[in-house]
Design a protein around this ligand. Structure first.
Ligand code: NAD
Ligand code: MG
Length: 297
């Protein structure tokens, strides 16, 4: 008889092919088939982040939304940023946070605007009173099969949204972070095993991984822990808005060793751990959530 308390990870969530689908910006989670699982009905909190004041970037959908839901259920107040056009997804996250009796602060901003990162930090502190936990997760990914088709404006934007915003947010938030605060970045398996159709994206994710390790060397001696999470293939709107070639969507993630794409909720426990006081000796690390492959083959 198989043990009933064991869950086979290969058969969870959506192990089959996804329906063919694409979106243009704004890519909304609401419009996806199936909808990503961000823990809306399943994540159970244990007060591990009680009364923390958190800023999450890209919290409307995907991984950032799973972090927002989990952190609220762990007792935190959440200021979350999102691309303004993604407000319909953000409103759902607001309701989910408030259903936990926690504060939700909505911060729409486009990081292609150079002032946006500083503005959202100021607005988060203004609304929450203080800040102690950063989850830097917003990002854009736009694939091109041919180098000649990659616009330089896209290269510029990818680095502005994925990398430069991170520098600016940390710089603005740092004077407000007391010892015990945490910073968690979202890098990618692409930082370590880059794909040729994601040249600018993969390079930006490598920059984030490198930045995370250097920042940890600077801030760990000051009592601020810094870590990164490197997801593998996760079912989110990012993939549908030109993130992958259209014909690759149905089998997205099936080449992971587990045999399927991950769902955002499967990332949440790692972000919770890294932000929690239980992780007091964990800093300067990159955690892979990749479905079985080594992070650095
Ligand atoms: P997502 O589309 O749900 O989240 C990305 C968010 O970034 C968007 O919701 C949006 O709010 C924000 N964003 C996009 N363009 C922006 C801009 N110009 N200015 C400001 N914000 C902007 O997708 P996701 O997969 O949850 O992505 C979250 C993070 O995870 C990203 O950094 C992504 O690179 C990383 N990641 C995702 C995967 C995956 O397979 N989904 C794998 C590795 C890493
Ligand atoms: Mg979104």
């Amino acid at each position: 008889m198989p043990k009933t308390n064991l869950i086979d990870p290969r058969h969870l969530y959506h192990p089959n092919e996804f329906p063919e689908q694409t979106q243009d910006t704004p890519a909304l989670q609401q419009a996806m088939q199936p909808k990503p699982d961000c823990g809306e009905t399943s994540y159970v909190g244990h007060e591990r982040l009680k009364d923390r004041n958190v800023l999450i970037t890209g919290g409307d959908s995907g991984i950032g939304r799973a972090v927002a839901i989990a952190f609220a259920r762990e007792g935190a107040n959440i200021a979350f940023h999102y691309l303004p056009d993604e407000a319909p997804d953000a409103e759902e996250v607001k309701d989910l946070i408030e259903a936990e009796g926690r504060k939700a602060v909505l911060l729409p901003a486009d990081f292609r605007d150079a002032d946006a990162p500083q503005d959202i930090v100021a607005a988060a502190i203004d609304a929450l009173g203080s800040l102690d936990t950063l989850v830097l997760n917003a990002g854009q990914q736009i694939q091109h099969q041919e180098i000649a088709d990659l616009p330089m404006q896209q290269v510029h934007d990818t680095f502005m949204v994925n990398v430069e915003a991170m520098f600016a947010i940390v710089q603005a938030a740092l004077p407000h972070l007391e010892p015990g605060s945490t910073i968690t970045t979202t890098t990618s398996i692409q930082a370590f095993s880059p794909s040729p159709h994601l040249l600018d994206y993969a390079a930006s994710k490598a920059a984030i991984a490198n930045y995370t390790l250097a920042l940890a060397q600077k801030l760990t001696p000051e009592g601020i822990r810094v870590n990164g999470v490197a997801p593998g293939p996760i079912w989110t709107p990012l993939q549908l808005d030109h993130g992958q070639p259209e014909d690759k969507i149905p089998t997205f993630g099936q080449d992971a060793l587990i045999g399927r794409a991950g769902m955002p909720v499967e990332l949440a426990p790692v972000y919770v751990l890294l932000a929690s006081n239980e992780a007091s000796y964990i800093s300067g690390q990159i955690y892979g959530v990749i479905g079985g492959a080594p992070i650095n083959p």
